[in-house]
Design a protein around this ligand. Structure first.
Ligand SMILES: [Zn+2]
Length: 417
């Protein structure tokens, strides 16, 4: 595990240059509820020093007396006139739910509370997260920080000790909720359905469902390649197969396996494919709804990509149209699939993360793609490579040291240019 913190100062460069690892530990050394507590305690102590903007007079354990340069610096300002404040925490849902011991999360049983920010529940009742209508009641609930901080969940979560922590500052993360969540569910169902409709190849009457769908998906892969060349939207998605739709039964629940960026490109292509299917059958309202749903989804990311960190009113209005179209029609397709007894278009909890990201964008104007974790995941991969080059007994300090050497080396060469 490696936790980064970053500063939005210098947002024109959303790179490793504004991000620093602050905890590095080998995953195999983790003991649940034991190893992270002292790490987080030290991290909270560091944040308090940064907030006060003073080098500390003791170690993070008060009994540790300082020596050398740390003793000489004690009491002096760390960053001139600047004070550093913690403003929010984000990560994939599993990480935040585990780290903060959230009682409301994707782990909710049917009918249970799903979200630590609003009142959404996982099916059942009027707070159902699949109510995508204007003014859905779950948005009226703002979960109380005092209630969380007074709960046993916060007591056992070391991260809740961050100075300035607030439960509402724990933000949903769009890359995991959208490209690695909702997109994969939507793309899986659309690929399966278009395959069943023989959109890409004339299929023989013989063979198992697995072979016939496989044949369609092979032809779909070729069509996707051609589309990428024409649209100049290259990605590294491997060819589509039945296994890559996570299907082992003909009536299973298809989910595409794809990396985050690839899933955005695949959804753009599927929006075009669904549109073509509708144009072949213009009186088919089901094809119309499906095409509009995929249009909404790919339009959502297109608007975010073309927007700056702070979104314009017009872009926010377009984003709402895209969100409404994608979510409301997905829900409609989901209900129709359930009526027909198939598992297509399942409404999964990550749709709420996608929806929360949109909700926050509308309330704050902040582009949810400005803080999504593409770069952070890349940094994590680099950190793993660095850590693998260090000896196990000195992994934590040496990884950090090597990272810092690289970090400051790059800043120096940048300055001298
Ligand atoms: Zn919510």
């Amino acid at each position: 595990m490696c936790v980064h913190f970053y500063s939005p100062i210098g947002t024109e460069r959303r790179t490793e240059r504004c991000k620093m690892p602050s905890i590095i530990r080998n995953a195999v050394d983790a003991i649940k509820g034991v190893t992270d507590r002292p790490l987080w305690a030290a991290k909270c102590w560091s944040w308090r020093c940064l907030a006060a903007n003073k080098y500390p007079r003791t170690g993070h354990e008060p009994s540790v007396k300082l020596t050398g340069w740390r003793k000489r610096m004690a009491g002096k300002p760390i960053l001139g006139d600047f004070h550093v404040a913690y403003v929010g925490l984000t990560g994939d849902w599993m990480w935040t739910a585990d780290t903060l011991n959230l009682q409301q999360s994707y782990k909710a049983a049917p009918g249970g509370p799903l979200c630590h920010k609003c009142g959404a529940t996982y099916f059942g009742g009027h707070m159902n997260f699949t109510n995508f209508a204007e003014g859905a009641p779950h948005w009226g609930v703002v979960r109380s920080n005092a209630a969380y901080m007074a709960s046993g969940a916060a007591a056992v979560s070391p991260a809740s000790g961050l100075p300035g922590f607030h439960i509402q500052s724990v933000e949903p993360e769009l890359m995991h909720g959208g490209p690695l969540g909702f997109n994969l569910t939507a793309a899986g169902s659309v690929l399966k359905e278009l395959g069943d409709e023989m959109a890409w190849a004339i299929a023989p009457d013989t063979g198992t469902w697995f072979e016939r769908l496989g044949l369609q998906l092979t032809a779909a892969s070729a069509a996707f390649k051609t589309w990428q060349a024409v649209k100049r939207r290259r990605c590294s998605q491997p060819r589509f197969t039945v296994r890559r739709l996570t299907l082992s039964l003909v009536n299973g629940m298809p989910t595409l396996k794809a990396k985050a960026y690839n899933s955005i490109v695949v959804c753009e292509w599927l929006a075009d494919e669904c549109k073509a299917a509708f144009e072949r059958h213009p009186s088919n309202s089901y094809f119309r709804d499906r095409a509009a749903m995929m249009w909404g989804l790919s339009e959502f990311y297109r608007i975010l990509r073309q927007s700056n960190r702070w979104m314009l009113e017009d872009d926010l209005a377009s984003l709402k149209v895209a969100r409404d179209t994608a979510l409301c029609l997905f829900r409609k397709l989901s209900a129709m699939a359930a009526d027909e007894g198939t598992q297509l278009y399942p409404c999964r909890p990550k749709m709420h993360v996608f929806d929360e990201c949109h909700h926050i964008a509308q309330e704050s104007g902040l582009n949810p793609a400005a803080d999504w974790t593409f770069q952070d995941e890349d940094n994590m991969r680099i950190m793993i490579l660095i850590a693998q080059s260090c000896h196990g007994s000195t992994l934590e300090p040496n990884s950090l040291e090597k990272w810092c050497v690289q970090f400051f080396n790059e800043s120096d060469s940048e300055d001298s240019e």
